[in-house]
Design a binder for this molecule. Structure first.
Ligand SMILES: Nc1nc2c(ncn2[C@@H]2O[C@H](COP(=O)(O)OP(=O)(O)OP(=O)(O)O)[C@@H](O)[C@H]2O)c(=O)[nH]1
Ligand SMILES: [Mg+2]
Length: 325
């Protein structure tokens, strides 16, 4: 594969080149990793920046329906929209991805949109890197908005929040008790809560739920990266396509304020640092699982079990001999 040509075609906004590049960054093969690194390096400093919007929500809350409607609204405004899905649990079968394709049929056919489902990869670290690199590729290809979708499972929300400029949480209309179901940590990460399905019989419940969440948000500690009134709770109906423009206005207002205040750039810098540190940790852990460290660790563990070495002395020895620390 000619990396020079691929990078030129990505910069020219060619979908097929972008799709091919994402396949390359998803590959675990050593030679592919080298090519991917070369490509990403070549594309650095192109000066293009998308608004990265993370979106999370429990299964069935309406993420796919929302993305389809919201994405089409944005392309209707003349924007180029990329959708990346993050599914570290890999719990979803191929059937669900197929389901998504049909659910996002309109967006999938939209020439202003690019949709990339999650690869079947189970390791969270691998997914995080692949997604960050895919975001970079989409930015280089000139997308204005990159939507990063995740189902609210485990660490995936934190992961997506750490690679987004704005983080949205999609919620279902619910009775008061169910409000407690949203973990505080997730609430604290969200910039905008969207109570979906505010239509038909569910409309009044959705409005009440929204007011409840707005109340809960007011009790949270004020964050420096928020202007007055944020984080905010809004109602939407993805099916009836209501409240989407309002939600977009709020997102833009928040992003603009953060840009003007320097929070936008500062957040990206902090995220870059976070991922650097995460990569270092992961690389070290990976070395423990490979030879020769793996075997040395097993041997030392045996000595610790026999009482020949203390746990501390054995750990010190391993670090000195194999990890140069
Ligand atoms: N009434 C109503 N139903 C909705 C709305 N949005 C989505 N739904 C319905 O909720 C169900 C789940 O919607 P999806 O968009 O597939 O939800 P999801 O969050 O993507 O689900 P997973 O991909 O399984 O995590 C579908 O039957 C939708 O038709 C809405 O705004 N109003
Ligand atoms: Mg979905």
């Amino acid at each position: 594969m000619d990396i020079q040509e691929l990078s030129e075609r990505i910069l020219a906004g060619e979908r097929r080149a972008l799709a091919r590049a994402i396949t390359l960054v998803e590959s675990q093969r050593e030679d592919h990793r080298v090519q991917a690194a070369g490509l990403l390096e070549r594309l650095r400093g192109h000066g293009r920046e998308a608004l990265r919007i993370g979106l999370s929500g429990t299964p069935g809350v309406g993420k796919s329906t929302f993305i389809e409607a919201f994405g089409c609204m944005l392309t209707g405004l003349g924007m180029k929209v990329a959708v990346l899905a993050v599914d570290p649990s890999s719990a979803r079968s191929g059937g669900s991805i197929l389901g998504d394709k049909t659910r996002m049929e309109r967006l999938a056919r939209d020439p202003g949109a690019f949709i990339r489902p999650s690869p079947s990869q189970s390791q969270l670290g691998g997914v995080a890197r692949r997604t960050r690199e895919a975001i970079d590729l989409c930015e280089a290809a000139g997308f204005d908005v990159v939507l990063i979708e995740t189902v609210g499972v485990g660490q995936s929300e934190t992961m997506v929040a750490e690679m987004s400029d704005l983080f949205l949480l999609l919620l279902a209309p619910a009775g008061g008790d169910e409000l407690q179901g949203v973990k505080r940590g997730i609430m604290e990460m969200a910039d905008i809560l969207l109570v979906n399905k505010a239509d038909g019989d569910l409309k009044t419940t959705a409005m009440r739920t929204c007011a409840d969440y707005a109340g809960a948000l007011r009790l949270l500690r004020k964050r420096p990266q928020d202007p007055e009134g944020f984080p905010k709770a809004l109602t939407v109906s993805a099916i009836e396509e209501n409240g989407l423009e309002k939600a977009w206005e709020e997102m833009q207002a928040l992003a603009q304020w953060r840009r003007a205040q320097g929070h936008f750039t500062a957040r990206r810098a902090a995220q870059a640092r976070y991922w650097f540190e995460a990569e270092v940790r992961e690389a070290l852990l990976a070395r423990l699982k490979r030879e020769p460290v793996k075997g040395a660790m097993t041997a030392l563990a045996g000595q610790v079990e026999n009482g020949d070495l203390s746990a501390t002395a054995a750990a010190d020895q391993l670090m000195r001999e194999y990890l140069m620390v």
